[in-house]
Structures are given as C-alpha cells and as structure tokens.
Design a protein around this ligand. Structure first.
Ligand code: URA
Ligand code: URA
Length: 235
C-alpha cells in the first residue's frame, strides 16, 4: 500500500514539474523558483539565459581549505565574505588584515568600524549589504597582494558577484578599483565616477583605512556614497 502511494506521489510530482516547465517555456517561468532546479547550468556574471544562480555556500564549499596560492601558508582563517546574499550593494576591499585573519571575517578591525559607520549613514545595516575582499587570505605584514595571488582568488570574487548580482559594487580603495577595472589609473581619478564590472555598475571610492589617515577624504567618499544611494533607489 505504502509503495502504491509513493508511486502515485512520484507521478504527481513528475506531472507538476512538467506543468511548471511548460509554463516556463511559454514565458511564465517566475512560477518555477530559480535556484531550485539543479539541472540548470550556474549563471555567469551577465546572469542571462536559462541558468540558476550559484549559492554563496556552494562557492565557499568549493574554496574549501584553500591552498591555491602561497597566502595560505601564513593565514589563520579565510575571510570569505559576510552579509546578505541578496544584497543590493557589495563592498569590495583589498584583503584581510590582522583582525580579519583572526576572525575569518572581512572588515572587522578599525577600518571595518569606519566602513560600518559609512554603511549606517547610507541608511543600511552591515547585515543588509555584502562585504568581501579581492583576496581572501591575509597578505603577511599587510603587503599588497601579488599578481599570482589575485589570479588564484579572483574567480571566487567573480562567482560571489555573479551569485549576488548586486545593483552596485563599491570598490574600496586603489587596489580593489584597479583590480576589478583592470586599470592603472590612480584612485584619486577613478573615484566618484561610475564604471562597470561585467555589466554591474561599479563606484570606486577611497578605502576606509585611507580615511583613517586622511579624514579630509571623507567628504569625497560621502559624495560617492550619495551617488550609490541614488542608483540603488532608482526604479
Ligand atoms: N582592509 C581591507 O581591504 N579589507 C579588510 O577586510 C580589512 C581591511
Ligand atoms: N590609496 C589607496 O590605496 N586607497 C585609497 O583609497 C586612497 C589612496
């Protein structure tokens, strides 16, 4: 008896799925929640076509206990990223510092506290947005990450951005802006002007650690964040 019920249930579920798939073919695909059909290919950054967004958990699992570059030798913890998987704004910094390395979370030190205040001034909480870095392991003595280290880590940043597909990316500081935009232009010239990362609007601004040393830069950052808020509020 139980077997018969199971068989009936299976067939009913099969029919339901094929109805949903038919609806999808005629353009009513919203009824088939994306992200649930595991047979679909994972979306790339442009998010077009019939695809499912990868989840941040899948990406973190693939990163695993990463040893793809030599930063893994001295790091304590990977700081993968933190925040809302449906964030409208993603902040991208350079790489974990000492406190981030100890906690395994980006922007939890002094620069992070300033970033939190900037986020709050924009009308958000830290948990509303998503925060990550170009490299996920601390460069010893906070050196600039090297080309090989960036090359090893960047696919994971790309996948995080493809999974979230935010309305806006904020590149914090020279390093994130120049890496994401593949540009050598100084941050003082990049900041405040809209750019694009694979079709996603990107606003370069000064790094909060720079603002700690140069508080006069805060005015510029606030101008840049006002542009970001306006963009996020549009339509
Ligand atoms: N600076 C960064 O660029 N990222 C962090 O996570 C902390 C400090
Ligand atoms: N230099 C940097 O690396 N970042 C800034 O935001 C400003 C100066």
């Amino acid at each position: 008896m139980a077997k018969e019920i199971q068989a009936e249930l299976k067939s009913a579920l099969g029919q339901a799925r094929s109805i949903l798939e038919d609806l999808e073919r005629v353009g009513l695909g919203e009824v088939l929640p994306t992200g649930e059909d595991e047979r679909l290919p994972v979306c790339n950054l442009d998010g077009s076509g019939n695809c499912r967004p990868e989840t941040l958990e899948e990406i973190a699992a693939d990163l695993g206990d990463c040893h793809r570059c030599n930063l893994s030798k001295e790091r304590q913890n990977i700081a993968f990223g933190v925040g809302n998987p449906d964030a409208e704004i993603v902040f991208v910094g350079e790489g974990p510092g000492r406190e981030e390395d100890l906690r395994g979370e980006p922007f939890v030190g002094e620069a992070g506290r300033l970033l939190d205040r900037i986020i709050q001034a924009m009308g958000f909480q830290r948990s509303d947005v998503y925060i990550c870095n170009v490299v996920k392991c601390r460069p010893p003595r906070n050196r600039d990450p090297e080309a090989e280290q960036i090359a090893a880590c960047e696919p994971f940043l790309q996948r995080q951005l493809a999974a979230i597909r935010p309305r806006v990316i904020v590149a914090l500081g020279k390093f994130a802006a120049q890496t994401l935009l593949q540009s050598q232009t100084p941050i003082s010239r990049l900041r405040g002007r809209w750019a694009e990362y694979h079709g996603i609007p990107l606003m370069p601004t000064f790094h909060p650690a720079y603002l700690l040393r140069t508080p006069s830069g805060k005015r510029d950052v606030w101008e840049d964040m006002k542009q970001v808020m306006k963009r996020v509020e549009e339509d």
